[in-house]
Ligand binder design. Structure first.
Ligand code: UDP
Length: 239
């Protein structure tokens, strides 16, 4: 990466679906590798990178509950799914010699560290990509909310949400080609217009703590690197 880093510390939210690629479920290893390349590039240029990874490529509590499972049990399974994705990303990063730590909101000490904020800050200060797994550790929340929460806790200057499209649209641009693209919008606009940015809890946390939120297309190679260098790509949600 040749650009000068614009941020000291960012948090990237990757949904589980972003890891799916062309696979019906689980993780596409090539896509995982490409994402790890991008994260590694940003980290190597001196930006502290925290990651929150979803679990929707494996389990979602609400979907399991709609099939009859107890919702809390389903959410526990969803949170454990995020741990599996986090371990896969840690492995991909370490194979690229990027120092990485996984910290879980649920205690699973034999496979990763517990989430302890001060320890997380130390990992970040040392330039380790720090992956926050198991969401918030509580059922009925999402990993979007976990991303906002951790971004606030670690003092991230930017929360980047990676999606499959180029940013925020008034409708799904895949099915509706005339959907309007928002280059810049406010948190309240995102909530009032029910735009598919993040869930409301996540947006409110960002709004109340002044964390800018950038939505970008993770399938566009180098997009994360360009954002880390301060380029205005994708959509920006601010006050
Ligand atoms: N989950 C939870 N609490 C959290 C975060 C996640 O219970 O704080 C569970 C929930 O069941 C969710 C699943 O983990 O459906 C996977 O997370 P999410 O749906 O946010 O993943 P993504 O859509 O980003 O892949």
């Amino acid at each position: 990466m040749s650009q000068t880093p614009h941020y000291r510390r960012i948090l990237l939210k990757l949904s589980g679906e972003a890891l799916l690629g062309d696979e019906p479920c689980g993780i596409d290893p090539q896509l995982l590798g490409r994402l790890a390349d991008d994260v590694g590039d940003v980290s190597r240029c001196g930006v502290q990178v925290a990651l929150v990874i979803g679990g929707g490529n494996i389990f979602r509590g609400a979907a399991l509950a709609s099939d009859g499972m107890d919702r809390v049990t389903g959410d526990h399974m969803g949170m454990l799914a995020t741990v599996m994705n986090a371990l896969a990303m840690q492995d991909a990063l370490e194979r690229r010699s990027v120092p990485t730590r996984v910290m879980s909101a649920l205690k699973i000490n034999q496979v990763c560290e517990d989430y302890i904020r001060r320890r997380a800050l130390r990992h970040l200060d040392k330039g380790r990509v720090t992956i926050f797994a198991a969401g918030t550790g509580n059922p009925f929340f999402t990993t979007d909310s976990a991303a906002s929460l951790r971004a606030v806790e670690i003092g991230a200057e930017l929360l980047v949400k990676a999606t499959k499209v180029d940013g925020v649209f008034s409708d799904d641009p895949v099915t509706n080609p005339s959907a309007r693209f928002y280059k810049r919008l406010t948190y309240d606009q995102a909530i009032a217009e029910r735009l598919k940015v993040m869930d409301t809890t996540a947006i409110v946390l960002c709004r109340d703590n002044g964390i800018p939120l950038r939505i970008l297309n993770i399938y566009e190679a180098g997009a994360l690197t360009r954002v880390a260098a301060g380029e205005d790509i994708g959509s920006l949600v601010v006050t």
